[in-house]
Design a protein around this ligand. Structure first.
Ligand code: NAG
Ligand code: NAG
Ligand code: NAG
Ligand code: NAG
Ligand code: NAG
Ligand code: NAG
Ligand code: NAG
Ligand code: NAG
Ligand code: NAG
Length: 406
């Protein structure tokens, strides 16, 4: 079964529902890669740089990238294969719900995931506009905005707005699938454009800007993003629907949200509620770990680990066991297994019973949560960008499918 070896990145074709058309599932494989990184840096609190014209993106946060460097052998990226230009040049690119722009490192950049050479594409059309993005982890990418044709699976998109970045520190390209309001170009005096999910609607592949994310289990090398559809086999119980909270709106409910924040009411472990104050929580596939307000971070750390000055965090043995962590959103509880929260501090990434592990619930240093892959693997999440809603349920890991169109 294909599912066991690669992530299925499934795009379902459907035209406007007024037309009786065939709806063909279009698939793109995308894999989890695990990278061994070299240098170890301690996690540091998230700080947002105040640089005019550069927006901070939560692809990964500054502190999570630091933590990623720590986790060495367990640095997971969700990457998909794309073809760009004419003839198509192929490369792998990270799928990110925490940002909204598409860029790929240009030729002569160093990237193990592949680069793009604009001079070899007959359809490449560069604009004079500057592209510049900085992510929450302080990595950045710069270049010129351009148009070219993009393919994945059986999808062929014309004139996608993107950048072949000539100066980047991210290492891999990023395919941001968030709201256009979160585009790097959308600063005061800047502009918005139709990004990839909007273009899937415009060019007739899906009828609504919505998709479902299934990261699959921690051991799996496969999962899926399903554009324009929901796979009902992949969750338990009922999907519950939540309004996306605009954390920038200062109470103005009419403004447009820009990121996937929903309210998280409480976190409990073994029937002990660690926090009962609702805070916004960002659902971000571009962040590996889980970040919580300091209060939660400390209580969890003190209960299940010991603070280590050397490691700047709470540590325990990798064989430690504990109850599920329960995240309550209104009437929905998502349970994350204790073992999913541990990551190895050993140089070889070993998770042996006596090896040293850090507790992957980290300090957000603010009154918000970032629910990265550690959390998202336990949930099935439907992102509805058109209606600004999130629907979610406890995941069910299965190769079975029961797909319906949105
Ligand atoms: C995913 O991994 C499989 C098995 O290693 C490989 O055949 C396939 O080409 C990979 N796909 C992508 C998109 O990297
Ligand atoms: C994270 O931000 C801090 C504070 O600005 C900075 O000193 C540090 O270098 C950053 N870490 C990384 C990995 O970029
Ligand atoms: C890449 O490097 C080669 C060799 O130095 C050079 O000829 C070419 O112009 C460079 N391409 C770009 C896009 O910078
Ligand atoms: C390049 O893009 C611009 C802006 O959309 C458009 O006006 C122009 O016709 C395009 N040129 C080519 C060769 O496609
Ligand atoms: C890349 O951008 C950085 C940050 O703005 C800048 O310091 C550096 O000089 C640039 N490198 C090149 C080769 O343009
Ligand atoms: C929490 O309490 C409920 C009801 O008292 C019980 O059914 C459940 O097993 C308890 N959970 C844990 C992890 O102890
Ligand atoms: C869970 O709570 C029960 C009752 O308070 C306690 O006896 C048990 O040791 C706790 N289990 C864990 C793993 O903390
Ligand atoms: C959960 O709450 C929502 C909104 O308050 C409600 O519409 C839904 O029916 C509830 N679901 C269950 C299973 O209670
Ligand atoms: C990894 O390193 C630890 C500590 O040095 C060692 O105990 C363990 O046997 C190693 N595991 C593997 C799989 O090499």
């Amino acid at each position: 079964m294909q599912l066991s070896s690669s992530i299925l990145f499934t795009v379902l074709a459907s035209l406007a529902s007024a037309y009786p058309v065939q709806r063909t599932p279009l698939k793109l494989d995308f894999n989890v890669t695990r990278t061994v990184t070299g240098d170890i840096k301690p996690p540091s609190p998230i700080e947002e740089p105040n640089v005019p014209g550069i927006l901070v993106k939560h692809r990964t946060t500054n502190s999570s990238r630091s933590a990623l460097m720590r986790i060495e052998n367990d640095y997971s990226l969700y990457v998909a294969e794309f073809g760009l230009g004419t003839p198509a040049q192929t490369f792998k690119i990270q799928i990110d719900t925490g940002s909204s722009d598409f860029f790929v490192p240009a030729v002569n950049s160093s990237s193990q995931y592949g680069t793009f050479d604009p001079s070899k594409s007959s359809t490449y059309n560069q604009t004079s506009k500057d592209f510049e993005i900085m992510y929450g982890d302080r990595t950045y990418a710069k270049g010129k905005w351009a148009y070219d044709d993009l393919t994945f699976g059986n999808v062929e998109l014309k004139n996608i707005f993107f950048s072949a970045a000539t100066n980047q520190t991210t290492g891999e390209g990023v395919c941001g699938i968030g709201f256009p309001t979160n585009e790097a170009s959308n600063y005061p005096g800047g502009f918005m454009y139709d990004n990839l999910p909007v273009q899937l609607v415009n060019q007739g592949y899906i009828s609504k800007n919505a998709y479902s994310l299934y990261l699959n289990s921690e051991e799996a090398s496969s999962g899926s993003v399903l554009f324009g559809a929901i796979d009902h086999a992949k969750y338990q119980g009922e999907l519950q629907t939540f309004d996306i909270v605009d954390i920038d709106d200062g109470g103005d409910k009419t403004s447009t949200p820009y990121a996937f924040y929903i309210n998280l009411d409480s976190v409990s472990v073994n029937n002990t509620t660690y926090i009962n104050t609702a805070y916004p929580a960002l659902l971000d596939s571009g962040t590996t770990l889980l970040y919580a307000p300091t209060e939660v971070y400390k209580k969890v750390g003190e209960t299940y680990g010991t603070y280590s000055n050397d490691d700047e965090g709470y540590v325990t043995t990798c064989g430690a066991t504990g109850p599920n962590f329960d995240f309550k959103f209104n009437n929905l509880t998502i349970s994350v297994p204790f073992k999913d929260l541990l990551f190895s501090l050993e140089d070889n990434g070993s998770m042996g019973a006596n090896d040293k592990c850090m507790i992957g619930l980290q300090n957000a240093g603010s009154s918000t949560y970032i629910l990265g892959d550690v959390f998202l693997r336990s949930a099935y999440v439907v992102y509805d960008l058109t209606d600004a809603k999130i629907s979610m349920a406890q995941v069910k890991y299965t190769a079975e499918e029961d797909i319906s169109f949105i």
